[in-house]
Design a protein around this ligand. Structure first.
Ligand code: PMP
Length: 433
């Protein structure tokens, strides 16, 4: 098993999981230890071993594990018997969240959105967005992009690229049309050439799409950043053809690339935005769909759900906005740390000739593409052996992915990058002795 060494493995520890848990489990296979506590950028396992977390809950822990600024209001809320489960009832916690979100996120950016709570996960937000776009436009099909990732429920899976994940559906995944993401042809074909052509050709067989769904940086797809001009061109194309623009900011939103919304750098205003992962700031499940007011055509209860009012998540989300989004300190630090990571990755790539390494990503969502997926997997396994948690991304898992908490300390960042460098060297020495 990748990453499993004598030092780290203790088969008795993982026995309950191997005996009882479904084969579908994934991340835990590469980190075969039992974690117990966590704080900031560090996790500790049952044997007291410490790990530096450069995966941050797949982007759900942008402020690190158990941040004190969120834990205190959460504990206080629970201790005073604040509402925990609230369907979609009016609660004080939800009121505070909505007001804070409007005051600290929407208004300062000149954005006007209605807020829908679609259920607690990213894929819930994507399902709602797709349904709503179809209802608004009366059209059935949605355009997605090569190597996109939007979630595991059938609607979201239909706009997801990965063939292994798609095969899990067991039914045809329909009503979607894939288009090339930015730089799919390495710049050889002008942007939107095919897309514009088929939209304008009544013989192309492309039905008028309801919407286009896009990630500004494809996370699972391999840390592929769309250029600002490409995003602007896409927004313009959507406007001209009456297609709604859905930005899936589930992974790249909440500051992962620097600004709160990843699309801010392009100055575009999507019709619908999906947010989740780091929104609660504490790893508590929570998701939002932001809807331009003119598109909020839902009937009451038309899209429903039991877990749309997880009030402890509203409490921590509100505290996170106050703590980190009252000014631009975190945004600037993220951009700066992201550049440091990119520089170091470039150095590692230059020191590793023959591995075909390319630096990818934006902000603190960075990747190191290797020419072979086995190399990337071996690097992550070697990193785990050194106490660094990282994962792979990309269609074949060929990209080593770095998602440290945005609040990672400078020395922790240096430490993690040094461990990564050592892991790459160790793998290279094994492959090319
Ligand atoms: N959209 C994007 C861009 C994602 O990265 C993910 C999760 N990796 C999802 C949607 C799905 O979120 P969840 O796993 O919470 O359903």
């Amino acid at each position: 098993m990748a990453g499993m060494t004598e030092e780290h493995s203790d088969s008795a520890d993982i026995d309950p999981f191997e005996r009882s848990e479904s084969e579908v489990r994934s991340y835990c296979r590469n980190w075969p230890v039992v974690f117990d506590t966590a704080s900031g950028s560090r996790l500790v396992d049952v044997h007291g071993r410490r790990y530096l977390d450069f995966f941050a809950g797949a982007g759900a822990l942008n402020y690190g594990h158990n941040p004190p600024a969120l834990k205190a209001p959460l504990l206080e809320y629970l201790a005073r018997d604040g509402i925990t489960h609230g369907l979609d009832m009016h609660t004080t916690a939800k009121a505070r969240f909505l007001t804070t979100f409007r005051d600290l996120v929407l208004e300062p950016r000149g954005l006007d959105y209605r807020v829908q709570f679609p259920g607690p996960t990213g894929t819930n937000a994507v399902e709602s967005a797709l349904k709503l776009a179809r209802k608004v436009t009366g059209r059935g099909s949605v355009v997605n992009f090569t190597n996109a990732f939007h979630g595991m429920t059938l609607g979201a899976l239909a706009v997801t690229g990965n063939s292994m994940k798609r095969a899990g559906a067991g039914v045809p995944l329909v009503h979607t049309t894939p288009m090339p993401f930015d730089d799919y042809f390495d710049g050889a074909v002008p942007d939107f050439l095919w897309f514009e052509r088929v939209l304008g050709d009544s013989g192309s067989s492309l039905d008028e799409p309801a919407a286009v769904i896009v990630e500004t940086v494809q996370g699972e797809g391999g840390l592929n950043p769309a250029r600002v001009e490409w995003l602007q061109g896409l927004a313009e194309l959507c406007r001209r053809h009456g297609m709604l623009l859905i930005v899936d900011d589930v992974q790249m939103g909440v500051g992962r690339t620097g600004p709160f919304f990843s699309f801010e750098i392009a100055g575009i205003e999507p019709d619908i935005v999906c947010l989740s992962k780091s929104l609660s700031g504490y790893g508590l499940p929570m998701a939002l769909v932001l809807i331009k007011p003119e598109h909020d055509v839902w009937e009451p209860g038309e899209h429903n759900g039991t877990f749309r009012g997880h009030n402890p998540a509203f409490v921590t989300a509100t505290a996170a906005l106050s703590e980190w989004w009252s000014d631009d300190v975190l945004e600037k630090a993220t951009v700066e740390k992201g550049e440091r990571v990119a520089d170091e990755l470039a150095r590692i790539a230059a020191d590793t000739p023959g591995a075909g390494m390319v630096v990818k990503g934006r902000g603190l969502a960075r990747g190191l593409r290797c020419d072979r997926p086995e190399f990337a997997a071996a690097v992550c396994a070697a990193a785990f052996d050194r106490g660094l948690l990282m994962e792979t991304a990309g269609p074949a898992g060929e990209v080593v992915k770095l998602l440290p908490p945005l609040t990672v300390g400078d020395d922790e960042l240096d430490e993690g990058l040094a461990l990564l460098g050592a892991s790459v060297r160790a793998v290279r020495e094994r492959v090319v002795p």
